[in-house]
Ligand binder design. Structure first.
Ligand SMILES: Nc1ncnc2c1ncn2[C@@H]1O[C@H](COP(=O)(O)OP(=O)(O)OP(=O)(O)O)[C@@H](O)[C@H]1O
Ligand SMILES: [Mg+2]
Length: 497
């Protein structure tokens, strides 16, 4: 365990790091911060939620000359949400040094961005498209950039941003330092990346498995048309604090969000076709716990760091093992616990083994809860809510009514009636989920396609020493209706972006 104070970081930046509540560096931070500050090019690979942002953030912030008003650092991220999240973390890291950070992304009014760019930001965090736009308009000058960071590099290259990235890179002086980070780095992508870099140091945090060990991983075998009912029951039994449900397509996400709402869950969808304002507001509500379930496509959730996400459901098994890793990595972050459940149709069982082979981790078969078990889950929620309310003990004049009722009725009967009113009986309101065609069936003989198998080389020791932090997870999946006060028992929040 290395402390940040042992990493030769300036006092000013250390102060910011401490304010963020970090004391000990995670393995990827330990492995890259010093090298980064020495000016080396780095390919950094470590499991999801293990602090890669700070791993590149500290060297980046440390290098900024605050007397110089030019853009000196450039971070490229695949999505708007991620660009915002990264810029917020860099802002916190550079707070005591007074580093000026700006994020630029599509969907935001360009005029406003152009004005903001005139305030002499020193670090820009942007999405490829919008960066190109500013380069073409000559509203962004990159001649003085000495550090370039690609966060989620493999995703950007997958998304077909390779030409954009190349163009951005050619607008940055060749003498720059290049840092590239992701939890997954298929060989083909790494080879492309290395072309952009000068004898990069590859820092890969060796671990037995590709996914963090604090995520419990399950699969449910189910035919397509039964998936949704099983999902509802699972939500009732598992009672996630916050959950993300992944669907394969945008239509799927829309339909799932709608269906969940019909069944009474607080759910919203997020995907690339929604307006920027809508995406931001959904994410904000989710972080604030005003929505319990975020339904998302792969891309929309890459890299997102929302600490209270306790469960991830893959309503559709992802096609690529890498997607699986990133999806389930939305939970179990910074040492917390998480649960991931993946639905697999009988014809897709081949994909399950491909995923397991890549992650080097077997998923446990989950027997879907019966309708009765789901009701039992709901009863338990009601009970927890009642207990919590009793313990809070600010019942005011309800106590007078209670005394009056207790004179006439049996105490057990009364509590039972209260529980019954609060329990949500299973919904059988019909919902519309279009059948999604299963992935083409695939036997065991997967040979990898064009380097996307990503299998090789995840050997070695399990990484230890994730930052740990206490969290209580006795949350309940609230329903929109129902007589609960909406309070989730034992909910603890860490501050986050
Ligand atoms: N040294 C540390 N001690 C405690 N918490 C930390 C430390 N470093 C980072 N964190 C926290 O860990 C969480 C995950 O960090 P981050 O988002 O950088 O992960 P990541 O490795 O980039 O994951 P992903 O692969 O999903 O993008 C964040 O909430 C961050 O604040
Ligand atoms: Mg990240």
């Amino acid at each position: 365990m290395v402390k940040f104070s042992d990493l030769n970081i300036s006092e000013t930046t250390l102060k910011s790091v401490r304010r963020m509540g970090f004391e000990e560096a995670t393995p990827i931070q330990e492995g890259t911060i010093r090298l980064g500050m020495e000016g080396k090019d780095i390919i950094g690979q470590a499991q999801t939620g293990t602090g890669k942002t700070t791993a590149f953030g500290i060297p980046l912030v440390e290098k900024i000359d605050t007397k110089d008003g030019n853009v000196q650092g450039l971070v490229i991220a695949p999505t708007r949400e991620l660009a915002i999240q990264v810029s917020e973390e860099l802002y916190r890291l550079g707070k005591d040094k007074n580093v000026r950070i700006l994020s630029v992304y599509g969907g935001q009014e360009i005029g406003r961005q152009i004005r903001a760019l005139k305030n002499r930001p020193q670090i820009i965090v942007g999405t490829p498209g919008r960066l190109i736009d500013h380069i073409n308009r000559r509203t962004l000058k990159l001649d003085n950039v000495n550090t370039l960071v690609l966060d989620e590099a493999d995703e950007m290259l997958n998304m077909g941003f390779i030409e954009d990235i190349q163009k951005i890179m050619s607008s940055v002086p060749e003498t720059r330092q290049t840092l590239l980070f992701s939890a997954t780095m298929p060989d083909a992508i790494r080879r492309i990346a290395e072309k952009f870099m000068k004898t990069p140091e590859v820092v890969k945090i060796k671990s037995k498995e590709m996914t963090v060990e604090n995520i419990e991983q399950f699969y449910v075998k189910s035919v397509e048309r039964e998936k949704f009912d099983i999902l509802s029951r699972l939500l009732n039994v598992q009672q996630p604090e916050l959950a993300i449900i992944f669907g394969r397509t945008k239509r799927r996400v829309d339909e799932l969000a709608k269906a969940l709402n019909i069944r009474g869950y607080l759910a919203e969808g997020i995907h690339g076709d929604l307006s920027q304002a809508k995406r931001m507001s959904v994410l904000k509500q989710f972080k604030a716990g005003k929505i319990d379930i975020l339904v998302a496509t792969d891309v929309a959730a890459r890299g997102l760091d929302i600490s209270d996400v306790s469960h991830v459901y893959n309503f559709d098994i992802p096609q690529d093992p890498e997607s699986y890793v990133h999806r389930i990595g939305r939970t179990g972050r910074a040492g917390r616990k998480g649960v991931a459940v993946t639905f697999v149709t009988p014809r897709e069982m081949g994909y399950l083994s491909i995923v397991e082979r890549t992650t080097k981790k077997k998923m446990e078969a989950l027997i879907p809860p019966t309708a009765d078990e789901a009701v039992l889950g709901q009863k338990r929620v009601a009970m927890e809510q009642l207990v919590e309310m009793t313990e809070k003990n600010n019942l005011g004049d309800y106590r007078a009514f209670a005394t009056e009722m207790l004179e006439k009725f049996d105490a057990v009967d009364l509590v039972a009636a209260a529980l019954k009113t609060m329990t949500k009986e299973p919904e059988d309101t019909p919902v519309q989920i279009s059948e999604e065609r299963p992935l083409p069936s695939r036997g065991g003989g997967y040979k990898g396609k064009g380097g996307r198998s990503g299998g090789g080389g995840y050997k070695g020791n399990r990484s230890s020493g994730h930052p740990s932090s206490g969290r209580s997870s006795s949350g309940a999946s609230r329903r929109r209706e129902g007589g609960s006060g909406g309070g989730r028992p034992g909910r603890t929040r860490r501050h986050e972006s």
